[in-house]
Design a binder for this molecule. Structure first.
Ligand SMILES: [Zn+2]
Length: 299
C-alpha cells in the first residue's frame, strides 16, 4: 500500500508524532500589526496555549512516558520563557517556526534570512542549541527558507505533503528530510474560529473534529507509514478535546506496536536506515519549478 516502505525500530508497525505548533498570540499581532495589541479577545485565545494547554499536554506526556515535538515562533519563546523551560524539562523537542509567525512566501529573500536568523538566535539563547527541524508558518515554505535551514544544519523540514513517509528534498544548499504533513491531521480546519485572520468555520465537536486525525492514523498504522498530528495548544489543548486525545493515546499505546517519537528522532532513524542501505527514500527537488508556470491561453 505504501511504496518504498521502511522498517520501523523494535518491530513497530508505524511511527507517530504529535506536533504542537505553539503559536500563542503571535497570530493576531502579525495579522493586525497596527492594532493587534488592543484586540484582547484574540490575544487571550492565543494565551490559552501557554497558560493552560501546554501544561496539560506536558502532564499527559509525562504520565504516558512520551517525548514529542513542539514548534515555536521566536517571539513566542521570548514572551513565554517558562513554556520553553517546561517543554525542555520534559525532554521534548522545540523546532523553528518563524519569528512572529511571518509568512515566508510573502517576503523577499533578504527578509526571510533576517527573520529566520533572528528566530534562530532566540532558540540558541533560550534552549542552548540549534533546532534540527523547521516548520513554516501556515506551511508556506519557500526554496529560500529551505536553503537557510540546510545552511544552518537542520536535518528536516515538516511543512510539505508529497509522500506518506519521510522523503528527501534537494535544495540549492544541500539536502534534508521532509517529514510530511497533511490537512487531514491538522486541527485548524475542525476547530479554528478566528474571524480576525479570515477563518470563520463551524466548530466541530471534540470527537468529530479529532476523528479525521485518528482515521489518518489508522490508515498509516495499517500501511506501516508515518502519522504526524499538526495541532495547536489553544485548539486541541482545550479541556474537552484533550480528554478525547488522552483516551485515544491510551488505546493506541496499549497496542504495543506504535513508535511515538519526536520528529528529530524519526529523521535520525530515517538517516540511519538510508546509511545502512536498508531503505531508500523517495527523493525530489525542494523546488520542482524555477520559473512561474504559465497557463496557456484558451482560444
Ligand atoms: Zn503556526
Amino acid at each position: 500500500m505504501i511504496r518504498n516502505p521502511i522498517k520501523w525500530p523494535n518491530g513497530a508497525r508505524c511511527a507517530c508524532a504529535i506536533t504542537f505548533d505553539v503559536d500563542a498570540d503571535s497570530l493576531i499581532h502579525i495579522a493586525r500589526p497596527d492594532d493587534g495589541h488592543r484586540r484582547l479577545y484574540p490575544i487571550s485565545m492565543g494565551r490559552y496555549g501557554p497558560n493552560s494547554g501546554v501544561p496539560r499536554i506536558l502532564e499527559t506526556y509525562r504520565r504516558l512516558g512520551l517525548k514529542q515535538s513542539f514548534f515555536m515562533p521566536g517571539w513566542v519563546m521570548e514572551q513565554y520563557p517558562e513554556t520553553v523551560e517546561a517543554i525542555l524539562v520534559g525532554g521534548h523537542e522545540i523546532g523553528h517556526h518563524g519569528h512572529l509567525h511571518e509568512d515566508p512566501a510573502e517576503q523577499s529573500a533578504e527578509e526571510q534570512t533576517y527573520w529566520f536568523e533572528r528566530a534562530l538566535e532566540v532558540h540558541r539563547r533560550l534552549t542552548g542549541s540549534t533546532p534540527r527541524g523547521y516548520r513554516a508558518p501556515v506551511y508556506n515554505v519557500t526554496p529560500e527558507v529551505l536553503s537557510l535551514a540546510v545552511q544552518h544544519g537542520f536535518t528536516y523540514d515538516s511543512s510539505m505533503m508529497a509522500d506518506d513517509l519521510p522523503y528527501r528534498i534537494d535544495t540549492t544548499s544541500g539536502s534534508l528530510y521532509e517529514l510530511p504533513v497533511h490537512w487531514g491531521s491538522d486541527d485548524w480546519p475542525p476547530f479554528a474560529h478566528f474571524d480576525e485572520i479570515g477563518y470563520k468555520m463551524p466548530v466541530m465537536s471534540p470527537r468529530r473534529g479529532l476523528e479525521a486525525s485518528f482515521e489518518e492514523f489508522e490508515a498509516q498504522y495499517e500501511a506501516g507509514g508515518l502519522w504526524i498530528g499538526i495541532w495547536h495548544p489553544f485548539l486541541t489543548g482545550r479541556l474537552a478535546r484533550w480528554r478525547v486525545v488522552e483516551h485515544w493515546l491510551e488505546e493506541v499505546l496499549s497496542r504495543g506496536d506504535v513508535w511515538f517519537a519526536p520528529l528529530e528522532e524519526i529523521a535520525a532513524y530515517a538517516a540511519s536506515q538510508e546509511a545502512e542501505g536498508t531503505w531508500q527514500p523517495h527523493r525530489e527537488p525542494a523546488a520542482p519549478y524555477t520559473h512561474p508556470v504559465l497557463m496557456e491561453k484558451k482560444r
